[in-house]
Design a protein around this ligand. Structure first.
Ligand code: GLN
Length: 276
C-alpha cells in the first residue's frame, strides 16, 4: 500500500535521525549548533499558491538550557519561547528552525546574520540595544537568588552588607552576570556556561548563591534537593526577541505577530501550559 510505504520511509528517516543524534550525544546543552526544525507552515501553505514563501525557513538562535522557556524534551527543543516562535513563524508562513548555542553567542549570531532572530528569555538592556534591535516584550522576568537551605544569606540585602564576601554564581553573559559583576565586583562572581552548571556549583559548595531568572530557578530548585529561592528579588526585567540592527521589516512582522498572538490569547495559553 502506498500509505504504508510512505509511513515506513518516514519511520526510516526518523530512525536515521535518532541514530545520528544519539551518536553525537546532542542532548547536552554544551554541544553547540544543534538544529531542530519545527514545521509551522501547514496551516498557511494552502493560501500561498504560486509562491514558495511557505517553504522558506526562519532561523532562531537560543540556548536550550533555560526551562521552561527553552529546553530539550528528547531530541526536540520545546518551551514557551519555542512555541511562541513557532506561532510567529506560522504567521509569517515560514518553517521555524531552532539553532542551539551558548547564550553568550546569540547576539553575535544575530549581528552576523547567520540566524534571523534570537529568543532566549532575553532581557532588553541598554547595552544590548547598542548591538541589536528588540521586539516589544512578550514576558516579564525576575532575577532571583538561589541559596542552600539554612544559608546565612536570607535576603538579597545580605549580599550587599558591609564586608560581605559571599561568592555568587551566574550564567555567563546574562543580566544576572552583568548586574552581579557590577554590584559585587568580578572577584566575587563566577561565570558558568549554563544555569545548570551554576546551580551544581552551588550544590557542591563552590559558590554561596546563584543569581538567575525566576522560572529556570524554580526548575533547578525542584530538580536539586536542599536549595531554596530567596523571597526578596534582585531585579525585574522584560523579555523580548532580538533581530539584526536595522532589520525593521522583520521587526515589524514579529511585533505584529506578537500583538495578534497576545490579543487572541495564544501567548497566555502557551505560558499557562508551562507555568502553573
Ligand atoms: N534574562 C537573562 C538575560 O537576558 C537570562 C537569559 C538566559 O539565560 N537565557 O540575560
Amino acid at each position: 500500500m502506498k500509505f504504508t510505504k510512505i509511513l515506513s520511509i518516514v519511520l526510516a528517516i526518523m530512525m536515521l535521525f535518532t541514530f545520528v543524534s544519539c551518536g553525537s550525544g546532542s542532548t547536552d546543552a554544551k554541544d553547540t549548533d544543534t538544529e531542530t526544525a519545527v514545521d509551522t507552515s501547514a496551516d498557511t501553505a494552502a493560501d500561498t499558491e504560486g509562491d514558495n514563501e511557505a517553504t522558506d525557513t526562519i532561523v532562531m538562535a537560543t540556548n536550550a538550557a533555560f526551562p521552561p522557556y527553552e529546553f530539550y524534551e528528547g531530541e526536540n527543543i520545546v518551551g514557551i519561547d519555542a512555541e511562541i516562535a513557532a506561532a510567529i513563524a506560522a504567521k509569517l508562513g515560514k518553517t521555524l528552525v531552532i539553532e542551539d548555542m551558548e547564550f553568550s553567542s546569540i547576539i553575535t549570531a544575530v549581528q552576523s546574520g547567520s540566524v534571523d532572530f534570537g529568543m532566549a528569555g532575553m532581557t532588553i538592556t541598554e547595552d544590548r540595544l547598542l548591538e541589536v534591535d528588540f521586539s516589544s516584550s512578550y514576558a516579564n522576568g525576575v532575577q532571583v537568588v538561589i541559596v542552600k537551605e539554612g544559608s546565612a544569606i536570607t535576603t538579597v540585602d545580605d549580599l550587599f552588607a558591609e564586608g560581605a564576601t559571599y561568592k555568587v554564581g551566574v550564567q555567563l553573559g546574562t543580566t544576572g552576570d552583568s548586574y552581579a559583576s557590577g554590584d559585587f565586583g568580578t572577584d566575587r562572581v563566577t561565570q558558568y556556561a549554563t544555569g545548570n552548571e551554576a546551580v551544581l556549583a552551588l550544590a557542591g559548595g563552590d559558590v554561596d548563591c546563584v543569581i538567575i531568572d525566576n522560572e529556570p530557578a524554580k526548575a533547578y530548585v525542584a530538580a536539586n534537593e536542599g536549595l531554596i529561592i530567596l523571597e526578596s528579588t534582585y531585579a525585574d526585567e522584560d523579555y523580548a526577541i532580538c533581530v539584526q540592527k536595522g532589520n525593521s521589516e522583520l521587526l515589524a512582522q514579529i511585533d505584529a505577530a506578537i500583538l495578534e498572538l497576545t490579543a487572541d490569547g495564544t501567548i497566555d495559553g502557551i505560558v499557562a501550559k508551562y507555568i502553573k
